[in-house]
Design a protein around this ligand. Structure first.
Ligand SMILES: [Zn+2]
Ligand SMILES: [Zn+2]
Length: 257
């Protein structure tokens, strides 16, 4: 049995890029907060896609509104036991580990999440080629696969050197990495890894590979609709199947019955 304490990865209508709000993720901030409150969570993180993603990214001009709304909701919900945190799911856009967030931007956040996604604008041509093209080619040719994994692993490690990342979302989904190397580095710098309930990674296979590396883990919904806030069952199931210590998952309280 487990009790979910917080959902550290949820999206709202502000994850919509240049498109109409609500086309990628459908709930308002208040919708996600109400859902978290109904579940009795003590923390919910509003983590839109990073501003460098042209289809789904947060538009930076919306940040002041979001901050105001989170402040307003915290005044209502904190006395009732629910804390709302402002996060972002930043995108990798450079081979040197650069993310699509400035220092000023990061300073305004409570928590920094990072994930690899297609569709974020890379900082240069070489970055575009290696970050996106190599990954795609590697899916067609086995001979290229290992090379692509090496490149992506290196980029993840460099990101952790460059930024104080709190959680890496779905590590290894969309582009594979050497998960043991990522986990070792994450443990060293105090970054946690996510067991996603929406994406494959961390998978049972990956969890087995990092069983002996004591990196912190989170199990998150990655909800794009309010009805999915707090829905972490798929992640819990993967964790149980892998046999990892359940008390390594920091946002649940695990009770053996
Ligand atoms: Zn993501
Ligand atoms: Zn997400």
């Amino acid at each position: 049995m487990y009790k979910l304490l917080g959902d550290y990865h949820t999206h709202t209508i502000y994850s919509s890029g240049f498109k109409k709000k609500g086309t990628h993720a459908t709930g308002t901030i208040e919708d996600n907060v109400e859902a978290a409150f109904r579940l009795g969570l003590d923390t919910v993180v509003i983590s839109e896609h990073g501003p460098g993603h042209y289809l789904y990214g947060l538009r930076e001009e919306n940040l002041p509104w979001i901050k105001d709304e989170i402040k307003r909701l915290n005044e209502i919900y904190q006395p009732k036991g629910l804390k709302i945190l402002l996060g972002i799911e930043a995108n990798i856009i450079g081979l040197d580990g650069t993310l699509d967030v400035s220092e000023d931007f990061v300073e305004q956040l409570d928590i920094l999440l990072m994930g690899y996604h297609y569709g974020a604008t890379p900082i240069g041509l070489r970055d575009a080629y290696r970050l996106y093209w190599t990954t795609q080619i590697s899916k067609l040719f086995d001979s290229k696969a290992e090379h692509a994994i090496d490149i992506m692993t290196e980029v993840y490690l460099k990101s952790m050197d460059k930024y104080k990342i709190d959680i890496i979302t779905h590590p290894g989904s969309k582009a594979k990495v050497h998960i043991d190397e990522v986990a070792k580095k994450a443990f060293k710098v105090g970054t946690a890894l996510e067991i996603s309930s929406k994406h494959d990674e961390l998978s049972v296979e990956s969890l087995l590979k990092i069983k002996d590396i004591p990196v912190e883990l989170y199990v998150n919904s990655d909800a794009h609709q309010p009805s999915r806030v707090g829905d972490v069952q798929k992640g819990i199931d993967k964790a149980i199947s892998s046999g990892i210590e359940m008390n390594r998952i920091v946002n649940i309280k695990w009770e053996v019955d």
